[in-house]
Design a protein around this ligand. Structure first.
Ligand code: CLF
Ligand code: SF4
Length: 499
């Protein structure tokens, strides 16, 4: 028997607490002008991130503040975190790169400027890039991510270039908390330290948010969760930014390793666990639409959110590329129309299923069984289409008597590429099993014989029976099987072992 798929509504003024919190699967309840802005933006719509790609151009090297979690000097091409890039571009080079990527990755719908410093602390390069692209590639959405210090003075210029998505990183609304995150800001040609600097930054962020909302620009707020510093405070931040008109809140885990050379990395500041992050996101979601699919991209990332194809588009490589943009525009339009048809068919199927569920009064008859986390290997398209051993990340869904919701992603080293051991002696399979903690099932297009036993021993049931099926349908089907087999009466194996 099928279980219902949740209505992942994201009405302004209230988020279904069971939804993924992003604009999710069904955008139909949103006003047409908002739907047009988010339906193909992979960050603003959870559904869109299965189908559409984004790219960043690193044209903004300078920053006007210092965060304790940032060191822009460190680069590793395998490293995915904000502030990290391999090469800084001029605006002319950036435009060339965007045209090359748009011609080669027709799913790329959004160009973001997100660093490696602060885009609005580098206004000439940032706005020259936006100006050129808005005339040469009008089908690409323009997006910017800022710490907010220079936001109020930049809003007229942002509006001139049709930028209708702005992200502000807001980690606090209390200067005492801010003083623990920001050692200084650079303001009116002076370095202002500690609490005083944090207070100015907060004021500018809040003012910028209100000004953007008043102009009808969609604002996403990113917050870095720093345990013991702002974790409890972020619930209050979520309430405040929602009241001021933010569309979406993205609470991201702190990344702090000693080798990054950041203040937090060197002082041993802890990052949150998967469970702590989910708990905070759930606590915030009562007041706010939450984004849970962020990949904490590099400032030069290219491709779908879970991948980075930046190395295919380095300056020397794009120099040799022949780019016929008019032909590429035709190809892009065809690919986007194909995706739109596919999504329409999926939406119709979901609506039909929801109607059937309503007619049968099914929901009321479902017993109140415990929720189950399931990991899914996918290459995109909203289906289970990745081999266990090739997966670089797993998406985690929660199935319960109320339906299914997207929870998070977990990064890992592909088991088939990992060799015998990596890092400190852990095998790639050990790392994957550790990353999948809390999950009871892993759904993939195929699972080899070798990892089967260790996965089962860790309480994670491998499952290759739903290859090429829609993710939510497969998760719900497995949940129904588990219920029928009486597996939801017992606690998960990991919990039984711990007891
Ligand atoms: Fe880039 Fe940011 Fe625009 Fe997206 S990323 S500027 S809104 S196009 Fe997206 Fe990357 Fe998370 Fe940013 S997954 S880090 S939220
Ligand atoms: Fe680094 Fe961004 Fe903070 Fe500037 S605002 S210090 S670039 S993380």
């Amino acid at each position: 028997m099928d279980l219902p798929v949740l209505n992942t509504s994201a009405e302004p003024g209230g988020c279904d607490s069971n939804s993924c919190g992003s604009t999710g699967d069904q955008l139909s309840h949103l006003p047409e002008h908002i739907r047009a802005k988010v339906h193909n933006h992979p960050c603003y719509s959870e559904q869109a991130h299965h189908y559409f790609a984004r790219m960043h151009v690193a044209v903004a090297p300078a920053c006007n503040i210092q965060c304790h979690y940032c060191n822009r000097k460190y680069d590793c091409s395998n490293e995915s975190r904000p502030g990290v890039v391999s090469e800084v571009l001029t605006s002319a080079q950036a435009v060339k790169k965007v045209m090359a990527v748009a011609a080669n990755i027709p799913q790329m719908t959004v160009l973001g400027i997100a660093g490696p410093g602060d885009p609005l602390a580098n206004p000439e390069r940032t706005f020259a890039t936006f100006r050129e692209l808005s005339s040469r590639a009008p089908d690409i959405k323009l997006c910017v991510s800022t710490n907010g210090l220079a936001l109020p003075e930049s809003i007229d210029e942002l509006c001139k270039h049709n930028i209708d998505h702005v992200t502000i990183t807001i980690n606090c609304v209390d200067p005492d908390v801010g003083a623990k995150i920001y050692p200084w800001i650079f303001w009116n040609n002076k370095r202002i330290m500690g609490r005083e600097g944090a207070a100015i930054l907060i004021e500018q962020q809040q003012k910028g948010l209100e000004m953007l909302a008043a102009r009808g620009i969609l604002v996403k707020v990113n917050s870095v969760m720093i345990p013991g510093v702002n974790d409890e405070h972020l619930v209050e931040v979520s309430k405040v930014v929602k009241a001021k008109g933010a569309f979406l809140h993205n609470v991201m885990p702190l990344i702090a390793e000693p080798e990054h050379g950041t203040f937090y990395g060197l002082m041993g500041q802890a990052s949150p666990t998967h469970e702590e992050l989910q708990k905070l996101q759930d606590a915030c979601s009562g007041d706010m639409n939450m984004m849970r699919h962020c990949r904490q991209c590099r400032a030069d990332a290219v491709g779908m959110l879970g991948e980075d194809r930046g190395q295919e588009f380095t300056l020397d490589k794009i120099e040799d590329m022949e780019i016929d943009y008019p032909a590429a525009m035709v190809k892009r339009a065809e690919v986007h129309a194909q995706i739109a048809r596919e999504l329409e068919i999926k939406d119709q199927a979901k609506t039909a299923k929801a109607e059937l569920v309503a007619i049968q009064g099914f929901k009321a008859s479902v017993p109140d069984t415990r929720p189950v986390l399931m990991a899914v290997a996918t290459k995109g398209g909203g289906v289970i289409n990745e081999h266990f051993g090739h997966a670089r990340e797993f998406l985690v869904y929660e199935a319960s008597h109320a339906g299914v919701r997207f929870i998070s992603h977990r990064k890992t080293t592909p088991y088939c590429e990992g060799g015998d051991t990596c890092g400190d002696g852990e095998s790639a399979l050990d790392v994957t099993i550790r990353e999948l903690s809390g999950c009871e099932v892993v759904l993939c297009s195929k699972v080899g014989y070798e990892p089967w036993g260790p996965l089962e021993a860790a309480g994670i049931q491998p499952n290759g029976e739903h290859a090429m099926e829609a993710i939510e349908d497969a998760v719900l089907a497995v949940y129904a099987e588990m219920r029928a087999a009486g597996k939801l009466d017992a606690k998960p194996l990991a919990q039984r072992k711990a007891a």
